[in-house]
Each structure stands twice: as C-alpha cells, then as structure tokens.
Design a binder for this molecule. Structure first.
Ligand code: ADP
Ligand code: MG
Length: 252
C-alpha cells in the first residue's frame, strides 16, 4: 500500500517558488532519505506532508486518503479540518530542535498529546509510554525535566513522544544536526531500530552513513526539485546528475 502519495507539489513563499513540482510515493515500511543543500526545500516538503505548510497545487494522499488536491474549479482544496487532522494524525514528526514541553516531565511529554488530542485516559497510554521510553533507553529519566537532559536524550524523548501517538509514518527533519557529534549515534540507533521494525519513514538528513545503510531509497533535492533518486548505492557510488555529484563531493 502507498503510505504517502505526493504528486507534483508546488509551494511558494511570497512569490518565490520553493517546491517546483515535487512527486514522491512511499510504500509501507519503506525508509526514504532526503538529502540536498540547505535551502533546497527539504523541510518545506516535509512540513507540507503533515499540513504544517499548505501546498499551492498538487495532490497529497496519506494511506489512500486525500489531504489536498485539485478541487472542482481546479484550485487546490484541502480536506475539511476534522478529516485533515485525522489524516495527519497518522504521521509523527521529529524536528531538529526537539520542541519538548519544558514545563512537563519526560513522561508527561509522552502522555500529553495522546490524552489531549486523542482523549485517551492516562492509565491507558501509560504502559505504551513507559515501553517507548524503555526502548529509547530513557525510562530512568521519566520524572526528569527536559532541561536536565543532553541533546541526544532530548531527541530520543522527542522520538518516543511522536511514537506515543501511534503513527503509521514518521517524518524526521534533520534530527541530529543540532547535536554534538558524540550524541548523534544514540539518536541514529533509535531511528535504525525503528526502521528495523518496518516503520515507514521519511528522513531529511545530513548523515550520509545513515542514508546509505538504513534507507531503501535516497532522494536528492536541489532548488525545489528532485534532481535524482535511487537506491543508496546508486546515488552514493554512481550519481547520474552533475548536481548530485557536486553535492556529494562537497560533503563526503
Ligand atoms: P531546506 O530544509 O532544504 O534547507 P527549506 O525548506 O527550509 O530548505 O527552505 C526552502 C526555501 O524556502 C528557502 O529559500 C527558505 O528561505 C524558504 N522558506 C522556508 N520557509 C519559509 C517561510 N515560512 N517563509 C518564507 N520563506 C521560507
Ligand atoms: Mg531544513
């Protein structure tokens, strides 16, 4: 089943087109890495997928349900608010800057959205929340506040928090780029584990090792376009496009 169908997505900010017709389809259990220079539209594309940004035109389908697409007059139309929310609740997102609630403990951070958004009872979400914290190695920190955690620990809490909503798809926007190098490993390990459990994942990353070893497919974006995509070994060993080669030469 196609978990994500994004077809010919266009998006501009004050007249400047930052997505110039991006198309991406993601199968269940697939891990897609998006790489590319700063400013190429990677974050904007990810944010469009879960409606943090609205597209100008194109089609967005999540698990077969239409989030946005051409309406009767041809203009782009979104699903109504309730439905759009429901569709987007299938996706969890992890940001570069953790975005944990600073006034809540680690455990409360995980319980918050399931209780307020999904209306779940604390005792019903608690076992999953503790299991997820255990999985990312932070159950011992459940009563700590985010300010007492390292960046790597915060990001692992952010991953567990997104998973507490039981999403079918996880979106990651450069989850390790705000971390000191010695802390990226623990976050990548949690992501790798998630991939091994066949979570459907779209990961914007500068971690080429992760893209090479964990992703099933690598997308190279530049200037609002997908320039090239393929299997990791194709992209890294034999990129077809000049722009891909130049980018990889610079960062590898
Ligand atoms: P990337 O994640 O690949 O670095 P972004 O998606 O963040 O790229 O940005 C793509 C382009 O869109 C950049 O030129 C950026 O300045 C612009 N942009 C992103 N968000 C906004 C916004 N909210 N308002 C105006 N311009 C934006
Ligand atoms: Mg970005």
């Amino acid at each position: 089943m196609k978990m994500i169908r994004a077809i010919d997505i266009h998006k501009q900010f004050s007249g400047v087109e930052v997505l110039k017709g991006i198309s991406l389809e993601v199968e269940k259990g697939e891990v897609v890495a998006i790489i590319g220079p700063s400013g190429s539209g990677k974050s904007t594309f990810l944010r469009c997928l879960n409606r943090l940004e609205q597209i100008d035109s194109g089609l967005l389908e999540i698990e077969g349900e239409q989030l946005a697409g051409p309406g009767p007059g041809g203009a782009c139309q979104y699903a109504d608010e309730g439905r759009a929310r429901q569709i987007c609740s299938k996706m969890g997102m992890v940001f570069q800057h953790f975005n944990l609630f600073p006034h809540l403990t680690v455990l409360q951070n995980l319980l918050e959205a399931p209780m307020t958004v999904k209306g779940m009872k604390r005792e019903d979400i608690l076992p999953l929340a503790e299991e997820l914290l255990n999985k990312v190695g932070l159950l011992v920190k459940k009563d700590s506040y985010p300010s007492s955690l390292s960046g790597g620990q915060k990001q692992r809490v952010a991953i567990a928090r997104a998973l507490a909503m039981q999403p079918d798809i996880m979106l990651f926007d450069e989850p390790t780029s705000a971390l000191d190098p010695e802390l990226t490993g623990e976050v990548l390990k949690a992501m790798r584990q998630l991939a091994e459990e066949h979570m459907t994942m779209v990961v914007v990353t500068h971690e080429m090792g992760f893209a090479r070893e964990v992703a099933n497919r690598v997308i190279f974006m530049d200037q609002g376009e997908i320039v090239e995509e393929g299997l990791p070994e194709q992209i890294f060993r034999a990129p077809q496009q000049q722009r891909t080669r130049e980018f990889l030469d610079k960062i590898l």
